[in-house]
Structure formats: structure tokens, C-alpha cells
Write a protein that binds this ligand. Sequence first.
Ligand code: SF4
Length: 130
Amino acid sequence: MYLEKRCLVCPVGCILKIEKDGDSDYLIRGNKCGRGKDFAIKEMKEPSRVLTSRVILKNGPMSRLPVKTSDIIPQYLVDKCMEIIRTTEVTAPVKMGQIIIENILNTNINVVAARKVNSTNPRNLNSNSQ
Ligand code: SF4
């Protein structure tokens, strides 16, 4: 019995078939290169998590707002995504789960606020409670 997983290392996106081979080894099929095998083994031992980072926050009680991606970002896009996230500005108030960057790098994955932040601008006091 094997597990299927798409390789996220490069845009080819090979479908990897991963089978346990003994106590600690894995048999990998479907990979077009060695990086796919490394990816599969890493995913089995230490699966990827969503990307977390912080965007620039204006009118808030701190200078950066924690954000996370709504799904796992392909490995080959992580650096570009981090660059976009780090240079993105958002203005408080922000709701938890609010979309901060929609469809980042055409991945169909959104970057969302990981917490709620009220505005420190007195003009926005009414919108803080929404
Ligand atoms: S196995 Fe190799 S060619 Fe296939 S998606 Fe992964 S890195 Fe790309």
C-alpha cells in the first residue's frame, strides 16, 4: 500500500508514490529527479506546514501583523512569497482570518491575518468592534 503526494519542489509537480520499505526506509516512485525522493522522505518524516510571517501594519498598536498562508506553499515559491509578504502593508483595524493577500503568486492560496488588531487611529474607533 502506498501514499500519493504531489512533489512541491519544482513546477513539474510529479505525483510521488511513497511506500514504507522496512522500518525506516521509503520506496519512492513517480519522481523525475532525486529532489523528489528527498522531498518525499522529508514529507513523511517532517511534513510541511503553512507559511507564517508578518506584514507591515499601519495605524495599529505594533509595527507588524502576523499572517499565515491558507495552505502549503510549494517549496520553489517560498522565497518569493516571503518577499511579497514582508513588503506588504495593511492598515488596522484587521479581523482575524481577513484576507491580506489574495491568490499569492497565482497559487489559489491566500495570506490571511493570524490575529485581530484594532486601530489606534481615533477616526477608526467605530470599526474596531466589527
Ligand atoms: S520529482 Fe523532480 S522534476 Fe518532479 S516535481 Fe519534484 S523536483 Fe520537480
